[in-house]
Write a protein that binds this ligand. Structure first.
Ligand SMILES: C[S@@+](CC[C@H](N)C(=O)[O-])C[C@H]1O[C@@H](n2cnc3c(N)ncnc32)[C@H](O)[C@@H]1O
Length: 793
């Protein structure tokens, strides 16, 4: 793409870089006219759309090589590696290829099923056997393998049916004898005991994606209104209690992020199980279940029906059982869904190489085209979305990229849709706007990383939260990017009153505080008060969303913004705040609105969300000092400090802090790194304000380090100190505090401290407020820790 950008003539480039939305028709037409006769442009589009030369098409040779390697691993008892190779082979195996009289994909599923069986992963074995049967209903080995898995799982009735079918299909006498023996064993076993698993019916063996059960229906009515500073926004038509679900929505379009392609399902974005499924027609996507696979790529593979090709006639009962096993049943609403990966499939290269937001735009366009069919041949995106965009505020480089990508994407889509739509300057201009809308409105779908870590730990019989104290930390990981049309109406606030989260690909929004009728509902697009200071939040929003934030946190004084990056007063007995020059600039702006017009001072001090009276003290000082906050000057007593010397102390501490972080990567903390870190902490305490966030981070790192060296009481002290600071920067009931308290609880549990249950109760209350009934699903570790705490009591 860089090559294409470099070719754009200087004059046209300058016009594009300086363009506004009104110029787009002209700039897009000029660029289209420039690219269309260029051989290089056509070569690039050709490479992106040629399924033969692309990197994404299936390859029988690679599939067979991988299968062979899988077989070798299997023969020497290395089953996990065998699974890896069979999975690779499945990814590369083209559909409908015959391998020694059998369908290659089915053979690979059966081989992988056997490896799972050997590893004791019976549910995975069962699912893979069924997948083989969906492809090849008459595959004897698959029925046999399924029967064995069902028998081991205690599903004796099903096991006998599976084996009866394989017996009837089997020709060889030795084969029949082997099946007969198996059936005899199952009959004996089923007489001995009825499996507890079968009785409880608790085992999930179906190939449905484990979609989470939605919680209480969302009944809150919201209204779209026009705000004075932020465009449209959503307000509530009724009072909303804290923790209520206020919105639930599936995406218009969604895409997985590149770094998660190998680890998460490309449809629901959950972590991939070991028995993941590839796309039937190309190499890129992996899915957690057939349901996700079908929803994303279409039901090309799974319309199998039992035909009359079987020599044996089965009883009605068995015939029905076979049909149930081989035909994957999905709800009718799912089969009607637009298959968002369908048009990119078949080995095309462009979905792999173009940036995520461009591929997302491709999915949006394809969905729109499908919806317009068969009426519209003349693609017009005018009526597509009523979403805002900030094209004029985009960085100039992004404007050029959006132009180039729009033309390339349109040509790639033309490859799938042929002459169905004509490309013109106008459609390119509309696509540039669409990309700008995606930039302003799309959301990152996130997962809590500890969810995954604990999920796998939990399967370990020896998992102990106590022993794994330092592993329990919550980090958000971006896995996907999606557009939610109604959800796009929520404005941002750095002091949000609602919380957005995702279960699979569904967006849920919950009120995190009581909201009176008529209040505006605002979520955080990323940065929040307590996390970053005003300057850094504004910078983030400018860089990522191209707007200058006008939320309450950025326009009204609050304690966090004043102290988060501040220094302490040179007088050791004074706890006044000393600000750096860049912080002063932003705080002075807020101070003006805080003070209001002349004459309103003092009597009308409006201090939003300030829970600490020091704001008033600061205000009083500022009022007495000509309404100006000065860099390096204590806001309590007015004493000046040399900022330069403070900067070098902080740099020194930062180096030490990074050393400690590096040590965590190797899970070993050398004694000297610990001593250096303690010295730095001391230096920081003398240099920066006691509520500066750096101190909290240093205390937190030391807590982790002392956990690693087994000094748990010291770790606990540091963890508590970190939380104390964070509680002042955020709110004590903020989700960030919930995450920190979870760490504290795991340390408390490590030495059977009975206060762990109180800590966990606080965590549960916070999580409930942010995640409602989804809390346990999103944080399974909470339940584990609670059980551990109960055992300790
Ligand atoms: C997802 S949209 C929200 C709905 C939008 N206000 C509208 O009218 O369609 C995001 C855009 O809303 C505006 N916006 C949202 N929060 C804002 C804030 N705190 N301050 C200023 N503008 C904001 C910005 O233009 C931003 O790009």
């Amino acid at each position: 793409m860089e090559k294409l950008k470099a070719l754009v003539p200087e004059t046209l480039k300058r016009r594009i870089l300086a363009s506004t939305a009104d110029d787009l028709l002209s700039t897009s037409s000029s660029l289209l006219d420039f690219f269309d006769p260029l051989p290089l442009f056509h070569r690039i589009v050709g490479e992106l759309t040629d399924s033969e030369s692309g990197l994404c098409s299936k390859d029988k040779k690679v599939a067979l090589e991988s299968k062979l390697k899988g077989n070798e691993c299997f023969s020497r008892g290395d089953f996990p590696d065998a699974v890896q190779f069979y999975s690779k082979a499945l990814r590369f195996a083209p559909a409908g290829v015959d391998e020694m009289g059998k369908d290659l994909v089915s053979v690979l599923y059966v081989n992988r099923a056997f490896a799972f069986y050997k590893m004791g992963l019976l549910v995975e074995c069962l699912r893979d056997s069924s997948r083989a049967l969906s492809n090849s209903p008459g595959y004897i080995k698959a029925w046999f393998r399924r029967g064995k898995a069902n028998a081991s799982l205690g599903n004796h009735e099903d096991a006998l049916r599976d084996l009866t079918i394989s017996m009837k299909l089997e020709f060889s006498l030795s084969g029949k004898r082997q099946i007969e023996n198996e059936m005899k064993m199952i009959l004996d076993r089923s007489k001995e005991k009825t499996s507890s698993l079968q009785k409880s019916g608790s085992l999930q063996t179906s190939d449905e994606c484990r979609l989470d059960i939605p919680d209480e229906p969302c009944q809150i009515k919201l209204q779209c209104v026009s705000t004075t500073t932020k465009g449209r926004g959503l307000t509530t038509l009724a009072d909303i209690p804290e923790a209520s679900l206020v919105h639930e929505e599936d995406p218009y379009a969604a895409i997985i992020l590149k770094h998660c392609r190998e680890s998460h399902c490309h449809f629901c974005f959950n972590e991939l199980p070991m028995d993941s499924l590839p796309c039937p027609s190309c190499l890129i996507p992996l899915y957690c279940s057939q349901l996700c696979q079908v929803q994303a790529s279409g039901d090309k593979m799974y319309d199998t029906a039992i035909d009359g090709s079987f020599i044996y006639k089965f009883s009605d009962d068995l015939q029905k059982y076979m049909s149930d096993v081989v035909s994957v049943k999905f709800s009718s609403s799912c089969s009607k869904n637009f298959t968002e990966h369908g048009h990119e499939c078949g080995g095309l290269h462009w979905p792999l190489v173009l940036p995520s937001e461009v591929v997302l735009a491709g999915r949006v366009l394809a969905k729109y085209i499908e919806q317009q069919r068969p009426s519209s041949l003349n693609l017009s995106l005018r009526g597509l979305w009523d979403l805002c965009h900030n094209y004029a505020q985009l960085p100039p480089e992004s404007k050029l990229e959006f132009h180039v990508y729009s033309i390339v994407l349109m040509r790639c889509l033309q490859h799938s849709y042929g002459s169905e739509f004509a490309i013109s300057g106008e459609t390119i201009a509309q696509l540039v706007i669409l990309l700008s809308q995606i930039r302003a409105n799309s959301m990152a779908i996130v997962r809590m990383t500890s969810f995954d870590a604990i999920g796998s730990l939990r399967q370990h019989p020896k998992f102990s939260p106590a022993a794994d104290a330092s592993t329990i930390s919550m980090k958000q990981m971006k896995v996907g990017q999606a557009v939610y049309l109604a959800g796009s109406m929520f404005n941002h606030s750095c002091q949000p009153n609602i919380h957005a989260y995702f279960v699979s690909r569904t967006l849920y929004v919950r009120a995190t505080e009581y909201l009176a009728r008529g209040s505006e509902l605002e979520l955080s697009y990323g940065p929040q008060v307590g996390q970053l200071d005003c300057k850094d939040r504004q910078q983030f929003l400018e860089d990522h969303y191209s707007f200058s934030c006008k939320c309450s946190g950025c326009s009204q004084l609050n304690l966090s913004d004043l102290v988060l990056n501040s220094y302490r007063c040179v007088k050791m007995n004074c706890y006044g705040v000393v600000l750096d020059s860049h912080v002063v600039e932003y705080e002075n702006q807020k101070l003006h609105s805080f003070l209001g017009p002349p004459g309103m001072i003092n009597s009308n001090l409006k201090v939003d969300k300030c829970r600490i009276d020091s704001i008033s003290k600061i205000a009083r000082y500022v009022l007495e000092n000509n309404h100006l906050v000065k860099p390096g000057c204590c806001l309590n007593c007015g004493t000046e400090r040399d900022l330069e010397s403070l900067h070098s102390a902080i740099n020194e501490a930062d180096i030490c802090f990074r050393g400690l972080q590096d040590a965590f990567a190797s899970s070993e903390v050398p004694v000297n790194a610990l001593q250096d870190a303690l010295r730095s902490l001391d230096l920081l305490r003398r240099t920066i304000h006691p509520l500066n966030k750096r101190l909290a981070e240093m205390e937190d790192s030391l807590a982790q380090a002392f956990c690693l060296v087994g000094k748990l009481q010291t770790a606990l002290d540091h963890c508590q100190k970190s939380i104390k600071i964070l509680e002042k920067l955020y709110d004590p009931n903020h989700i960030a505090i919930g995450n920190e308290l979870l760490k504290l609880a795991s340390i408390q549990l490590s030495f059977e401290d009975s206060t762990a249950s109180d800590t966990l109760n606080r965590v549960a209350a916070i999580f409930l407020r942010y995640y409602g009934s989804h809390a346990n699903k999103i944080f399974p570790c909470l339940q584990l820790l609670k059980e551990e705490a109960l055992r300790n009591q």
